[in-house]
Design a protein around this ligand. Structure first.
Ligand code: GAP
Length: 454
């Protein structure tokens, strides 16, 4: 199934491996013409839910490069690492925590190198290299995931401290918390939402766009009074579940997974997992983070990040609950969820049953015959009118059946065909992607029809 989705992504221009004509760059992908439409629709939908519909959440777009001290304060310089062992035979690298998890052995991301080595050694005999099948590994080493850059290092001095590409977008929110508080009309409780690129030196990066080294995150950090943290957390969990159902994802393919091993400051953490073709895996994290983030930044920058309640005069460091999800993981979940192969007479049609609001193209306008100038002119006029409000495509090549199939594959909810009768009765045939039913709709009602149904 994942192969069919990957093949569709490549064939129809949703996702391409990065720099492909140069042999590709591992774990980096580009979004093609339909991919970028879907990405933009996912981000717009998320923004609607996380900013537009909410009176208590505002948006932010912070820079990718930030002061290096931020990543010390956040704990990323010291602790943001993956445990890795190398096969001595073929030099294949294994994510030890993932291998152990696959054997049903619990490991904890906070374990020291020594602790994870002890656990790995206990089970080592049963582990075989997935590439060459031998069982001869190096000790486990923890590798830091932060991606370094030489920004501002004009002399090439190797001893100069690197500036990192951000490993998560939320740090930009924490360090702007006071700016936002001082300049907008927000009061606790309030949230700040941001969409942006993040970079991680992921060691094992397989499973297509599920785990990549450059990816986009959609994160919302909600600042609350310490006593209200767990109530806000429950509300956020419910809201995020509702959001996924609004995307049209089948609920049976979603589930909650509680984190058993919490980082020391966290109160509670859950993942929303999606049933990918390679099993239920993390789609989003919803975390109750206590006052750790603001306390850390306050200590490291030497400035108070306390909140003063103007009514009660109470002073406190706000607690944070967060929602964090990747755009790529959402896109993959949506494609997998929507991908359908259906028998139609002697044929199999591939159809992406996406929520129409997310479909890259909302309507395809087709003249029944391309050598009839009056029909072509009318179809082009309808296309010119409808595309002002939404992404549409004009398609006149191949049989009408082939054109329908092309649009089914990319999830276009409506195909609009202009024929001879259209010249007489000012109506067109509108064909529904999922039911394949056709109905006549007056040309002057098309705008209203699409508005109502998408
Ligand atoms: N601020 C919290 C945070 O970044 P995370 O669990 O490391 O938490 C949150 O990441 C989400 O970002 C994940 O649930 C996933 O959707 C996405 N994500 C993380 N690493 C990723 C990667 N290497 N490739 C694609 N998406 C990733």
């Amino acid at each position: 199934m994942i192969d069919a989705v990957i093949s569709l992504c490549k064939r129809r221009g949703f996702v391409f491996p990065s720099s492909e004509i140069y042999g590709g760059l591992s774990a980096i992908y580009d979004y093609g013409p339909y991919g970028v439409e879907l990405v933009n629709n996912i981000k717009a939908h998320w923004w609607k839910w996380m900013v537009q519909y909410r009176e208590d959440i505002v948006g932010l777009d912070s820079a990718i490069f930030m002061h290096p001290r931020i990543w010390e304060a956040s704990g990323h310089v010291g602790g943001f690492s993956d445990p890795l062992a190398e096969c001595k035979q073929c030099h294949n690298r294994l994510r030890v925590d993932h291998v152990l998890e696959g054997m049903g052995v619990e490991s904890d991301e906070n374990m020291s190198e020594e602790e994870i080595n002890t656990l790995f050694n206990k089970h080592k005999e049963k582990i075989k290299c997935p590439k060459c099948g031998t069982s001869n590994f190096t000790d486990v080493k923890k590798f830091n995931l932060l991606v370094e850059s030489n920004l501002g290092n004009f002399t090439g001095d190797a001893s100069k401290e690197p500036v990192y590409l951000r490993g998560e977008t939320c740090q930009g929110i924490y360090v702007n918390y006071k700016n936002i508080l001082d300049t907008s009309r927000v009061k606790i409780p309030f949230g700040v939402a941001q969409i942006g690129k993040a970079f991680r030196n992921e060691i094992t990066a397989r499973q297509f766009i599920f785990r990549t080294r450059e990816f986009e995150q959609m994160e919302m950090q909600y600042f609350v009074h310490p006593d209200k943290e767990m109530d806000a957390y429950e509300e956020l969990k419910n809201y995020r579940w509702e959001y996924y159902t609004s995307l049209g994802i089948k609920e049976e393919n979603l589930r909650w997974k509680k984190h058993d091993n919490l980082v020391f400051y966290a109160k509670e953490a859950y993942d929303i997992e999606y049933n990918y073709p390679f099993g239920f895996k993390e789609l989003e994290g919803v975390h109750a983070r206590g006052n750790y983030d603001l306390t850390q930044h306050s200590t490291h920058c030497g400035k108070s990040l306390e909140y003063i309640d103007q009514q009660t005069k109470e002073k406190y460091i706000p607690h944070i609950v967060e929602s964090s999800v990747g755009v790529g993981r959402t896109l993959l979940a949506l494609l997998v969820d929507a991908y359908t192969e259906e028998k139609v007479e002697d044929d199999t049609r591939v159809v992406l049953k996406l929520n129409p609001a997310l479909s890259p193209i909302k309507a395809a306008i087709m003249p029944l015959q391309k050598n009839k100038p009056e029909i072509v002119a009318l179809a082009k006029k309808i296309f010119a009118d409808l595309k002002k409000e939404r992404m549409c495509e004009y398609d006149e090549t191949g049989s009408i059946g082939k054109r329908y199939r092309r649009q089914d594959e990319i999830g276009t909810p409506y195909c609009i065909t202009v024929d001879f009768d259209s010249l007489e009765d000012n109506s067109v045939t509108v064909r529904d992607r999922d039911s394949m039913k056709q109905e006549r709709v007056a040309i002057q009602r098309l705008e209203e029809f699409l508005h109502k149904n998408i």
